[in-house]
Design a protein around this ligand. Structure first.
Ligand SMILES: [Zn+2]
Length: 278
């Protein structure tokens, strides 16, 4: 029996070494290709199917390669419940990841819905970035404490989540939804309305510079500054869908044909491309 366990342990170690090596090989082959537009990160699906060894090796490998880690964190109540029952902590995933020193500033946590005040503090102190996916939140996950995370200093950006959780995959739609559902959550949690909760300027920051910080790319993109890449979206303010404009930050619903996305290292090399075609 002891022999079988030893063999099983050695096999596990070998598999783990091979798995990490294949990640490193992919990184070496593809990272920073396509003129630096392709970045390779390490990905953990979620804690419920990850061993401690996988988590700590992923953390150490990302540090060695100087790249990021993407992981779904605290998505559903059952996840937290399972972590409490099986990993000996008094709350959920964030508490456990803090315990094993997995929380780092190169970690992008998707969703992060079911977190308490103490855990928000841990995320802020470690510099973890959070990707808020409002459509997925409404479809099945729950309402994340976005306002509280932003107040605590957590960098929160926007995401669409995968296709099964979102049939549109449009970041402009997510901007619109983020603004509304966080005002709705305010009513639910305080019993009164607050139309200034998560204002349009904050949503714009979440979609731009916070997105760039979350992708560990803010030295090059995310804001219009001298020395950064000319990565911009041009919007036609004269189309029917934009009228009337009272405040350019919260203008009426954008539709894709009003937008053009440009990206280039140099302004003279603009390469326009339509964001979507409906
Ligand atoms: Zn997801």
């Amino acid at each position: 029996m002891v022999r079988v366990c030893q063999l099983h342990g050695q096999l596990g170690l070998l598999m783990s070494v091979l798995r990490m090596q294949s990640q490193k090989d992919l990184f070496m082959k593809h990272h920073n290709t396509a003129d630096g537009r392709i970045k390779v990160w390490l990905g953990i699906r979620q804690i419920m199917n990850s061993t401690d060894r996988l988590l700590t090796e992923t953390r150490d490998t990302a540090k060695e390669l100087e790249t990021g880690i993407h992981m779904h964190i605290a998505e559903i109540p059952y996840e937290n419940q399972l972590i409490v029952e099986t990993r000996g902590v008094d709350n959920g995933t964030v508490t456990y990841l803090e315990k094993i020193k997995f929380l780092q500033n190169n970690l992008l946590a998707a969703h992060t819905v079911w977190v308490n005040e103490k855990e928000i503090d841990c995320l802020a102190k470690a510099g973890v970035k959070v990707s808020h996916c409002p459509a997925a939140a409404m479809r099945m996950l729950g309402f994340s404490p976005i306002k509280e995370m932003l107040s605590a200093g957590v960098c929160v950006s926007l995401g669409t989540d995968g296709a099964p959780s979102n049939n549109r995959m449009s970041i402009v739609d997510e901007m619109y939804l983020a603004s509304l559902i966080n005002k709705g959550r305010e009513v639910f949690s305080t019993g009164t309305t607050n139309p200034t909760a998560l204002p349009a300027e904050t949503i714009l920051r979440m979609a731009t510079i916070n997105g760039a910080k979350s992708a560990l790319w803010d030295k090059e993109i995310g804001s219009l500054e001298v020395g950064k890449k000319a990565d911009i979206v041009v919007i036609n303010p004269s189309s029917w869908s934009m009228m009337p404009i009272h405040d350019c930050f919260c203008a009426p619903r954008l539709i894709p044909r009003d937008m053009c996305h440009f990206t280039s290292n140099k302004y003279k090399h603009f390469q326009p491309c339509l964001l979507h075609e409906n």
